[in-house]
Design a protein around this ligand. Structure first.
Ligand code: OXD
Ligand code: MN
Length: 582
């Protein structure tokens, strides 16, 4: 099994508590995967998709009450409540452990306990970190095999290094009243009960690579962020890497594998990651990033040959689909995919367009990053890729310009800290409501946001050649409610401006809220868009911004004494410049 005594003892004690019928140490090899898939086909957890059109693909239907992350049931458990901060739900660690102990007691009777050693990041990267997830869900094992470097190699690394993050998961009874996702950052430990879904159950993702890793990153002097990583290669063969943070379901996956428009002949986009980015200060004074994941757990609805042809191309083999519809010839289907007609909806009922969509709004695909046509070879580089620009963004119908650059690093931290977005279906709760989502980390930061912003500010002392910080908004609407910017592949034009700014090439106009492109510095060749629309996309309405800054101030001040004074002083500076500009 393993030479790591700590791991062996932990597995033994978990088995003693949960009382499974069997314990299986996952090797991660193909034979194991095939065997488990066959068992899941037998039990109905997997439904085989058309082997001609979708070889190696399966459909999984989750419990209808278990279809998204549950932020209200997700806790950070630190001895001092203040360390979790107002951005997190908090529970006393001893109380949380006792609660979880009683839930886990005997919960795996009749089930198999799977031990999943995994590595977040390239297996030989010094920037990678390991964990072990114990679960009673075969579906979780199959997903973890795609999403992480799982099995023998990860176990060998754990045995060499010693340390690992401990994650214990059981689907329990899938009862929403007995569902908790607990994090114990100081113990590098996660305990999750009562959900089999995505970020609640695949513990390497949000729980480890963001909540626990953000805590580790602060202690060790790096950044664990909710960001995609993309390489932009120009016709001269020069590649710049961009890390970009957007709240859930705001198009990160689409941007990560964008196809440049026809006007960008010779340009290429290289996908390193679509959701999580770990950035470390390098010896050369730059920030170097890895994608800790090995797969995509992407939102299916809306993914089509128009919005994301690269995604569609990678989804015809070795993929798991969760909560999508099914066509008569057993192909996966979701709203916006193509003009096939589904015969079954995501719950396996006969499809009735009047009874709701065929695919659940947060239905997902799980697929290896390496299957993406724009997959970057550099995604495997142990030292990571050097980041030229950090981009923050949100879904805002009004106010926020298409793109702007921060006036300084600290101002960039303010841009990130004051991010806001209209909510989507990725989490339970109301959709379309504006909420503050600093750095897109609101549901994912494992400690007090005030300390997190200080950590971001401190990077200025740690890194000699910091990336530029930008803010984008693809979602601004006109007075008739139509999107003003075409988005998708055309976002390339904004990426070009960003990279040119990093190279000191493109021109910008300095405003109190940031540096905006001069109207003719965004390349619109081949794009049907009026000069008026471009200027509207870049409009800064001082009165509305005054109100926005007031809201940002009261949001930031809700963090009380821990709020970094430097952040407040940048905000004061922006406010007074804005007031002077009218
Ligand atoms: C995700 C999310 O699943 O952010 O990536 O919700
Ligand atoms: Mn995400």
């Amino acid at each position: 099994m393993t030479s790591n005594q700590e791991l062996l003892n932990w597995v033994k004690s978990v088995a003693g508590l949960t009382k499974p019928d069997r314990v299986h140490w996952c090797s991660g090899d193909a034979a194991e995967n095939d065997r488990m898939a066959a068992e899941m086909l037998e039990s109905g957890e997997f439904i085989e998709l058309n082997p001609q059109s979708h070889p190696g693909c399966y459909l999984h239907r989750s419990d209808p009450g278990d279809v998204a992350r549950v932020e209200h049931l997700t806790f950070i458990c630190t001895p001092d409540r203040e360390d979790a901060g107002p951005n997190n739900h908090w529970m006393d660690p001893e109380q949380a452990k006792a609660k979880m102990r009683s839930l886990f007691n005997g919960c795996m009777r009749g089930r198999t306990l799977y031990v999943i050693p995994y590595c977040m990041g390239p297996i030989d990267s010094p920037l990678a970190r390991c964990g072990v997830e114990i679960t009673d869900s075969a579906y979780v094992v199959a997903n973890m095999r795609i999403m992480t470097r799982m099995g023998k190699a990860a176990l060998a690394r754990i045995e060499k290094e010693g340390g690992f993050v401990r994650g214990l998961h059981s689907i329990g009874e899938l009862d929403p009243d007995r569902r908790f996702i607990m994090h114990f950052p100081e113990d590098l430990m996660i305990q999750s009960y009562g959900s089999g879904y995505g970020g609640n159950a695949l513990l390497g993702k949000k729980c480890h690579a963001l909540r626990i890793a953000s805590y580790q990153a602060r202690t060790e002097g790096w950044l664990a962020e909710h960001m995609l990583i993309v390489g932009v290669e120009n016709p001269a063969g020069e590649t710049h890497y961009i890390a970009a943070a957007f709240p859930s379901a705001c198009g990160k996956t689409n941007l990560a594998m964008l196809i440049p428009p026809a006007a960008y002949k010779g340009w290429k986009i290289w996908t390193v990651g679509d959701d999580i980015c770990w950035m470390h200060p390098g010896k050369d004074g730059r920030l170097w990033a890895i994608n800790p994941e090995a797969g995509f757990f992407g939102v299916a609805p809306g993914t089509s040959a128009t919005t994301n042809p690269n995604a569609l191309a990678m989804l015809n083999r070795n993929a798991i689909f969760t909560n999508v519809g099914l066509t008569a010839d057993r192909q996966p289907w979701w709203e916006g995919k193509d003009d096939n007609t589904p015969v079954k909806d995501w719950q396996g009922r006969d499809y009735d367009p009047d009874a709701g969509p065929a695919a659940q709004a947060n239905s997902r695909f799980t697929v290896a990053v390496s299957q993406c046509p724009s997959y970057s070879e550099q995604a495997e580089a142990p030292r990571g890729v050097p980041i030229s620009a950090i981009v923050f963004g949100g879904r805002r119908e009004r106010l926020v310009p298409l793109v702007m650059e921060s006036n300084s690093w600290a101002h960039g931290v303010l841009l990130g800290a004051s991010m806001a977005s209209e909510t989507t279906a990725a989490a339970t709760g109301a959709v379309g409501v504006v909420r503050r989502d600093p750095m897109a980390m609101k549901p994912f930061c494992g400690y007090n946001f005030a300390d997190y912003w200080q950590h971001w500010l401190d990077m200025e002392q740690r890194v000699d050649h910091l990336p530029g910080i930008f803010h984008v908004n693809w979602f601004r609407k006109d007075t008739e409610g139509r999107f003003m910017w075409p988005g998708f592949g055309e976002n390339m034009r904004v990426l070009e401006w960003i990279i040119d700014r990093c190279k000191g090439k493109a021109s910008a106009v300095r405003t109190p809220i940031g540096q905006l492109p001069s109207v003719d510095s965004i390349n619109v060749s081949g794009l049907e868009i009026s000069a008026q629309t471009i200027s509207d996309l870049l409009k800064v309405d001082a009165a509305s911004w005054g109100a926005e800054l007031d809201e940002i101030r009261s949001y930031l001040e809700s963090y009380g004494e821990r709020l970094p004074p430097a952040l407040l002083s940048v905000l004061n500076h922006v406010s007074s410049e804005l007031a002077a500009s009218v």
